[in-house]
Write a protein that binds this ligand. Structure first.
Ligand SMILES: NC(=O)c1ccc[n+]([C@@H]2O[C@H](COP(=O)([O-])OP(=O)(O)OC[C@H]3O[C@@H](n4cnc5c(N)ncnc54)[C@H](O)[C@@H]3O)[C@@H](O)[C@H]2O)c1
Ligand SMILES: [Zn+2]
Length: 361
């Protein structure tokens, strides 16, 4: 299958997303194109490196690996500091390139290290999770968590290139793959009925990671995210539509200390809540919520929310950083592929939606 190139315009700077099965075998040439000079360091974690390290080392023989521990709890300034130590200890300089090979955690941490080391060195993303390939590697957001909250420390730092090889996803555990699929469905809901219907139609082939089906779906998501971030780099308006499902989703994650749900699963619930709210405001045909609920159920079981209370979730929503001037913003669908942002959803409407998701009062 032919590789695809999508150019992302990020302010004064344009970078390519290259998408293709087996691209990883050509990583050497792709890195040479994007960052011709200087030393190369690969930031990854032991899980990913054990599986894909040999292929990457073969394609990029001179790159030096820096491994950081696997897991969201290591997405910290301390880990960033460990990356600085390896870079300094190994004589990295301004011409050095950092290549992040891993999921969203590796990408966010390595990206933040690259943005800040010597005031910024060249950075490439090689996302290895579905979430990374359709979402976190595109758009230039990098950062780490703080003890007082998730993603509180960060920056915008566009990479020199994003290399997306769907073949890397064949080793991804099923739950991690599903976690990315919820975001794929989100793209369908916010901007492409065709994508939504494709997921409905080809779900089995997607789970089987069939290149013929997987590559076009990833490409479509990258196109949508690229267009949205180009139009609105700093999240003032259009980029907010990417937060569809995230108002309730983030609150579910925060309330359960980020342990119960994969991010995508929480977004699955959040999208259902947003549809429910829209339906009860009579701005959405009930058939749409039904279709989304059926598709989400087909993906597989989600962690239960039956022990959580709507009150808890609403309080967590009000603490979220997306609250602007005390107002909660909701992205609500008006049909499959179209959304609007509103700031007048009442507590009663939210409560009702959460109760219908099975939360307590
Ligand atoms: N920067 C952004 O715009 C943005 C957007 C969305 C999410 N994020 C961030 O992304 C993070 C979540 O990313 P994630 O879902 O990719 O999780 P993750 O990075 O923790 O990866 C999930 C798990 O899969 C493993 N893994 C990765 N690739 C694999 C492969 N090919 N085969 C087998 N195992 C593999 C990882 O080692 C890890 O255990 C969060 O920290 C979130 O805040 C950032
Ligand atoms: Zn998300």
């Amino acid at each position: 299958m032919k590789p695809i190139r999508i150019d992302v315009i990020a302010g004064a700077h344009t970078y390519p997303i290259r998408i293709g099965h087996g691209l990883i075998g050509h990583l050497g040439a792709l890195v040479d194109q994007a960052a011709p000079n200087g030393r190369r360091f690969v930031v990854s974690n032991p899980t990913v490196w054990r599986i894909h390290g040999p292929t990457i080392s073969a394609a990029l023989p001179n790159a030096e690996p820096i491994l950081i521990p696997d897991g969201e709890r290591f997405k910290t300034l301390h880990t960033v500091s460990r990356i600085y130590e390896s870079l300094i200890g190994n004589g990295a300089d301004r011409r050095t390139t950092l290549i992040a090979v891993g999921g969203g955690v590796v990408g966010d941490v390595a990206g933040f290290a690259a943005a800040t080391f010597l005031r910024g060195i060249t950075m490439l993303h090689v996302p290895t999770t579905l979430l990374g390939q359709v979402d976190s590697a595109i758009g230039g957001k990098v950062g780490v968590n703080h003890a007082l909250g998730k993603n509180l420390i960060g920056s915008f730092y566009p990479p020199a290139a994003v290399i997306v090889d769907p073949q890397l996803l064949t080793t991804l555990p099923r739950r991690e793959f599903r976690a990315g699929l919820y975001e794929v469905i989100k793209y369908g809901m916010i901007s492409s009925r065709g994508l939504f219907e494709r997921v409905e139609r080809d779900l089995a082939e997607l789970f089987a990671r069939e290149p013929r089906v997987l590559q076009p779906v990833i490409t479509e998501c990258c196109r949508i995210k690229a267009l949205i971030v180009e139009a609105d780099e700093r999240e003032s308006g259009l980029r907010r539509t990417l937060n569809f499902g995230h108002t309730v989703g983030h609150a579910l994650e925060a309330t359960t200390n980020y342990r119960r749900f994969r991010h995508g699963e929480a977004i699955g619930y959040g999208m259902l809540a947003a549809c429910d709210i829209a339906e009860h405001r009579r701005t959405l045909d009930p058939k749409v919520r039904k279709a989304l609920a059926v598709l989400i159920a087909r993906l597989g079981p989600m962690p239960s929310v039956a022990d959580l209370s709507a009150k808890q979730i609403i309080e967590a929503m009000k603490r979220d950083k997306k609250v602007v001037a005390g107002k909660l913003h909701f992205v609500l669908p008006s049909s499959i592929g179209r959304v609007t942002t509103v700031d007048d959803v009442s507590t009663r409407q939210i409560n009702g939606a959460l109760r219908r998701l099975d939360l307590q009062r």
